[in-house]
Write a protein that binds this ligand. Sequence first.
Ligand code: GDP
Ligand code: MG
Length: 672
Amino acid sequence: MPNSPVDSLRTLGIVAHVDAGKTTLTERILFETGARSVQGSVDDGTAATDWLPEEQRRGISIQSVAVLVRWEGHVLQVIDTPGHVDFGAEVARCFRVLDAVIVVLDGVRGVESQTISVWKQAEHWRCAKLVFVNKLDRAVADFSASVASLRHRLGARPVTISVPLYTTQGTLVGIGDVVRGFVSADAAEIAAEDLARFRQELQMARDLLVEDCAELDDELLAIVLAERPISDALLLSALRRLTIRGVVAPVAAGSALTGVGVDILLDAVGALLPSLRDRCRDGLDGWFPTVADAMPMRALVFKVEHLDQETHVYARVLEGTMEPGMRLCASKNPNTFQVGSLYLPHAGSRLECHRADAGAIVSLSAPASIRTGDTLMENAAEPDLPRCEFPSPVLSVLFEPEDSADLIAMQAALLRIEADDPTINVATDRETGLPKVSGLGELHLEIVSSRVREFTGRPVHATRPRVAFRWRLAGAAAAHASARGGPGEETRVGLHVELTVSAGDAPATANCGPGVPADCTDAVLAAANQALRENQVMGGDLVSASLCIARLEVVGPDLSESLLGAALADALALALRSAPLVRLEPRVLFTVYAPQESGSVVLADLHARGAVILEVSSGQLGARIEGEGQLSAFLGYASRLRSITRGLGEAQLEHAGYGPVAGPRASIPPRI
Ligand code: GDP
Ligand code: MG
């Protein structure tokens, strides 16, 4: 496939709440654009983009995959991301390389909890947003209510660019293009009287669209005030300016399953969404360098896959041109490597290419040391591109092999998984010596365990998950400690440390006071930071604290690192013994759907879990309950909910940071 000029390239993610229809839409896009001759389905496990065995078995997307398609003079790099909260890293890493998103709404449910979270991320990354209200083939779907939910729940300014058209009996017959006034029909035949009414509806929708855009775009306003005709091109260019700046969110209607309306959506991708050159960069200086000719190549690695023999990286070229044969280095690593074959990713398969210009997403083989977030560059003197941050793990389990002889193979498999997934952390449990694996949720850890089983071919047992917790410093404390060491024990070091409360819930940091000799500060800070990292106060990290080494006295010739480290570890442990601490645990926001008749049982069960109920509403689908609680109270909740609702209830959880634990465990000073 030839290289695509930056201006015709659209790089967009398909984001949504789980089950809104992202994968189905991606499959439909592959089919409509001719990239695939049959439509794959998530329901029978034939989706081209869900190609991990685990994805096909469970009918969900775990990994984000890029597909490349052409539509009416544009090349689209489309990324289907997983909607499940446990795979938040996949979504976060994609946003770092996107210029735009299609936000898919379930036309029956409107904006859902995770829509809110992906919307916020899109705003943060200044991605232009196009909304697709999906599932309109279902009789219970409600397009206007979904559009209204964008206004109420997201504070967005939706403008409708296509609308569903119904017969007077309420059957969906097609989707109308508001700007150009044509009807994209599922069935070829539309009754003449319906067609006349549709034309009228579309004209009214167009007048409203012009009015909305003119209010926000001075150029269009000037034309309206001069009473000149508004051509389709004029209206689209005003809409494009507003979409790129994030002032409005154009909304398209349709059904990914039947395909109706998807053509209008694809037209809008080309006409309204930005390329890398014209994407919004407000407040993102350095993250997306401006596109210019003759720049040295820099590309950002956003995904790494360690396969058996090879390491495969996915990167987006953000500056210059990448070509096979080029020598590159990766962030801070002085060793260079040569680019072999270069591929454009294509859902499980790939297409070889001979150059990739700014904007392109490519995959290539690279040294095993490369990690997500690294910058690949031609010239090592260039600065790194900024990295994206990933959510920290909140749950951990111990993995136990059935036969202890399998431990080494299991550890190797875990290290491979950890290298590919920045939200997995593998450590060794001090008490048992078993691998302790931390991740973002029960499903995330279950997938890790089945991947380990797949890699090693041996059974693996995981213990019950436990939540990660932290300790927040709630008041000052101080301590003095000393240590003796060196050959003959002739060096003695004495330390006075003070812990003070710092703002926010950031990890504790260290600093030196005036009582530390200037030539020792570097060594003292290094040792103090290590002591903070290693000192797990009763098994959790310390946050909101600043550790000041107020005084340091050294008597003797040999102030070694280990001596400093020992004194600091003791001083910190002593200070923490008297410090007031508050235990913080991960919190979740939940949305529970349940049949109306089970509503009260579900509410009573939620109260028993100490949850705070924020909103209860009812609709065609039954009761919807939203609220907040502690993650630990929601372990295993999905199966409990199914059992109290005869299998009909459904819960969606979203991480909501850390918060103080309510009740008796709230603030126990730790005994070390
Ligand atoms: P994802 O989790 O967002 O990737 O959602 P999927 O694409 O896996 O779809 C979830 C479910 O909704 C599947 O059973 C799909 O068949 C179904 N679905 C998706 N799009 C449509 C649609 O347009 N109409 C109807 N009726 N069902 C749909
Ligand atoms: Mg999916």
